[in-house]
Design a protein around this ligand. Structure first.
Ligand code: FAD
Ligand code: PHB
Length: 398
């Protein structure tokens, strides 16, 4: 058994684990990241695409924002489309100058991996069968298999950044965590198309046939989503059917038309809201999707992971600077206040924009009235905008 030692052992090289490793490095704290997949796999995995203002600011501040600043598409508004009409939400005007940036999650991951490796950081890709031990004591360990050999990583703390299906959360003894969950009766069928985006801002469309979203990845790539059945078989969706449905749901009475192009990728993503409390047990700290999942309608998953890491990195920095464990002890409480607000926003956007088969005419009218209120009231539009560009990273008073 090969023995390794570090200060913070990190499970998962997604945005949460990689950003934590990078921020710790900036304050002189040593970490090792264990990742079950290959580098190529994590660098090519297509996921989120919208970065909040605070996420962008943090990445730039941390010195990993050069390509993001060059290639990211800064958006100052989004469109809401319902009842055949389009309504603009002026994100920047309503939030005192904030914006969002369209930049793929896998590009953020590439930038973070490059930064870690060029600074001599250790990311152990292809680490199988990770397990965590002794989290109740002061010397927790992570065991894993790599290149046919068993390894044991001894650390002061473990950061569980291994996503929803990882081992960290499930290693916490039963009875410690409370889980809160809502599974939605629909999913999203997403495609990446080689077509120039026909709108320079995102379009969230509520349609009688179901929700649709127009987004993008670059001036040449359009990203599109359709509400579909939770158990949808992608084989039932040839490209022609997808385009037909997208045209029907996204195009408005004003003459806007969607541009088509070759479909490079398609897939179905389930929708759930999920939170565990607390986000820490002993020396194991959960961050990002390991602790919570949001439905993607608010574009918050990646941003929420970044917000957790900001709190965790600061708490570790204080601990290693000899300033005690107070901030580490408050990690879960600090994060959860923001997590629940972001859950609320993601649930609200999901509820307002999707077609619910069980809704009666009254509920459909309520949904349309809510959208009409957001579109017509500066106060309601401001509430959407301030959540969409991102709530403050840490709530005041903590
Ligand atoms: P992850 O990115 O999941 O990273 C976890 C890492 O841990 C992975 O690299 C994984 O391989 C690794 N890992 C897991 N188990 C182990 C183990 N046992 N040992 C070692 N390593 C392990 N959000 C949006 O806002 N918009 C979107 O359009 C969107 N689309 C999504 C599509 C999909 C298919 C998924 C799954 C998520 C999507 N999300 C989206 C959510 C967003 O991508 C996540 O919130 C974000 O990736 C969270 O980052 P993370 O670092 O916490 O977790
Ligand atoms: C995306 O571009 O993938 C995207 C954008 C906004 C969302 C969800 C996904 O709400």
């Amino acid at each position: 058994m090969a023995a390794l030692r570090t200060q913070v052992g990190i499970i998962g090289a997604g945005p949460a684990g990689l950003l934590l490793s990078h921020l710790l490095h900036l304050t002189g704290i040593d970490s090792i990241v264990i990742e079950s997949q290959t580098r190529q796999h994590v660098e090519e995995r297509i996921r989120a695409g919208v970065l909040e203002q605070g996420t962008v600011d943090l990445l730039i501040e941390a010195g990993v924002g050069d390509r993001l600043e060059r290639e990211g598409l800064v958006h100052h508004g989004v469109w809401l489309r319902f009842a055949g009409r389009s309504h603009h939400i002026d994100l920047t005007g309503l939030t005192g100058g904030k914006s969002i940036t369209v930049y793929s999650q896998h590009e953020v991951v590439k930038d973070l991996i490059a930064a870690r490796l060029s600074a001599g950081g250790q990311i152990l890709f292809g680490a199988a069968e990770a397990s965590v031990h002794d989290i109740d004591g002061t010397r927790p360990t992570i065991c894993f298999r790599r290149d046919g050999a068993e390894h044991e990583l001894a650390c002061d703390f473990i950061a569980g950044c291994d996503g929803f299906h990882g081992v960290s959360r499930t290693s916490i003894p039963s009875g410690v965590l409370s889980a809160y969950e809502r599974i939605y009766p629909f999913a999203w069928l997403g495609i990446l198309a080689e077509a120039p985006p026909a709108s320079d801002e995102l379009i969230y469309a509520r349609h009688e046939r179901g929700f649709a979203l127009f987004s993008m990845r670059s001036p040449k790539l359009t990203r599109l989503y359709l509400q579909c059945a939770p158990d949808e078989d992608i084989a039932n969706w040839p490209d022609d059917r997808i385009w037909q449905e997208l045209h029907a749901r996204l195009e408005d009475q004003g003459g806007w038309r969607l541009a088509e192009g070759p479909v490079l990728q398609k897939g179905v993503t389930g929708m759930r809201s999920f939170v565990v409390e607390p986000m820490q047990h002993g020396r194991l700290f959960l961050a990002g999707d390991a602790a919570h999942i949001v439905p993607p309608t608010g574009a918050k998953g990646l941003n929420l992971a970044v917000a957790d890491i900001r709190v965790l990195a600061r708490a570790f920095a204080e601990f290693y600077a000899g300033e005690g464990t107070e901030r580490l002890e408050r990690y879960s409480e600090t994060c959860l206040r923001r997590v629940w607000k972001v859950q609320r926003f993601s649930w609200w956007m999901t509820s307002m924009l999707h077609r619910f088969a069980e809704h009666d005419d009254f509920q459909r009218h309520m949904q349309l009235a809510e959208l009409d209120y957001v579109a017509g009231s500066r106060a309601a539009a401001t509430a959407l905008a301030e959540n969409y560009v991102g709530l403050p990273m840490e709530p005041a008073g903590l």
